[in-house]
Design a protein. Structure first.
Length: 397
């Protein structure tokens, strides 16, 4: 297995001069990206294609103009990197893996700048970026791998005003775990975040609900502020952003701990291939589904499984896992969401809805690994097999 490249993210506290330099860099990155996107869009309208090399040459010309001379005042590395990101966005668009690239917004887009090895110096645990005389004051919350040499450094600022630096480097400590003879089916839900085929139920922390009252007060205060760029509105907006950041951090921490535990304890993990983006269109369940963050759970599970030599199988969303008796295979005609426990008409076995669904998912996933039947490639997320759609009149959760 090739050495895994891993990003280590830390918070840092810039000086006033460093914050000003980074803010200018963020603005220049956004400007160059938008200019290049506009140029490529105009060429696209003329049925012409513009590649990275051509936009890089345009950047050189832009720096020499009086109007855009300020682009030469910041490091050129992040500007070149944003052009590479734009090239990747167009590659994904032409490959039908993404929509047409959009312009970056000063207020809504993520503030970030990426530096390659020529744009920073990392010596003796100190990181100094180009155009800066002092190293960043980084809070090293966890150690980097021994002898780590970052290949890319990304600096960002979130909506709550916090500064972060992410160092991408090789991590030789990530190695496949010893193979074990354990498999688990995982059914996601709202009352319980996860239900395992072993019968274990993991409570839903409902992080957003815990801070809902504080968030509502902060949002009401923000709504009363006059719109514009005033200091009071900015302060109220940051207060709302800090509450959202607190919720997001706790949710991500919970999911990391759960996925790491599941990957370490099981060789095969079977989940359901849910279309979360469609489920959040239900205004009754949208807030709860978003808080549960099923998509992030799956993403974390899949990349950790790839790291440690485990297998994740996604069973087709039309598989009637809730209506199928895991004991005798009898298919129930209806199973409303309000029914949490039920008794099979065929064998009389009493079922917990979620545990039964997890057992059925496990059985369907193991059928894939044993005989390879019913496998089709993923439509969206790579790294996981999808069991074939089975005959059922409708999808039931």
């Amino acid at each position: 297995m090739a050495c895994v490249k891993r990003a280590f993210k830390y918070r840092f506290f810039p000086t006033d001069a460093q914050a000003a330099e980074l803010s200018r860099t963020f603005g220049c990155v956004r400007k160059v990206y938008n200019l290049a996107l506009a140029a490529r869009t105009e060429a696209w309208a003329r049925q012409e294609r513009v590649n990275y090399n051509q936009t890089s040459a345009m950047l050189t010309v832009w720096k020499k103009t009086e109007e855009l001379a300020y682009l030469a005042e910041v490091s050129s590395v992040p500007l070149q990197q944003c052009l590479r990101h734009l090239q990747a966005a167009f590659t994904n668009f032409f490959g039908k893996r993404a929509k047409y690239p959009r312009f970056k917004s000063r207020k809504r887009s993520r503030k970030s700048a990426e530096y390659t090895t020529s744009g920073f110096r990392f010596r003796e645990g100190e990181l100094t970026l180009a155009k800066m005389s002092e190293p960043l004051d980084i809070v090293w919350s966890r150690p980097l791998p021994a002898g780590a040499r970052p290949s890319t450094v990304t600096v960002s600022q979130d909506s709550a005003g916090r500064w972060f630096v992410s160092l991408l480097c090789d991590d030789p400590s990530v190695q496949p775990l010893p193979a074990i003879d354990k498999a688990v089916g995982i059914d996601v839900g709202l009352n319980h975040l996860l239900t395992l085929s072993t019968g274990e139920k993991i409570a839903n922390p409902r992080h957003e609900r815990r801070d809902r009252a504080r968030l509502a007060r902060a949002q009401r205060a923000l709504a009363k502020k006059a719109k514009g760029d005033g200091a009071n509105r900015a302060k109220a907006r940051r207060k709302v952003a800090k509450i959202h950041a607190r919720i997001t951090d706790r949710r991500r921490d919970t999911l990391h701990k759960l996925t790491t535990r599941l990957v370490r304890e099981n060789q095969t993990l079977v989940i359901e291939d849910l279309t979360v983006r469609n489920m959040v269109k239900n205004h009754t369940l949208a807030r709860a589904v978003s808080d549960a963050s099923w998509s992030e759970f799956r993403s974390l599970l899949e990349y950790k499984a790839a790291w440690y030599g485990r297998e994740v199988i996604a069973v087709d969303r039309f598989f009637p896992s809730s209506r199928l008796c895991s004991h005798c295979g009898t298919l129930q005609e209806r199973m409303p969401l309000s029914v949490r426990t039920w008794t099979c008409d065929g064998c009389g076995t009493a079922h917990d809805r979620d545990v039964n669904a997890a057992k059925n998912l496990l059985a369907a996933g193991l059928a894939v690994t044993v005989c390879g039947a019913g496998v089709r490639p993923q439509r969206s997320t790579p790294g996981g097999q999808s069991a074939m759609k089975q005959n059922s009149p409708r999808r039931e959760p």
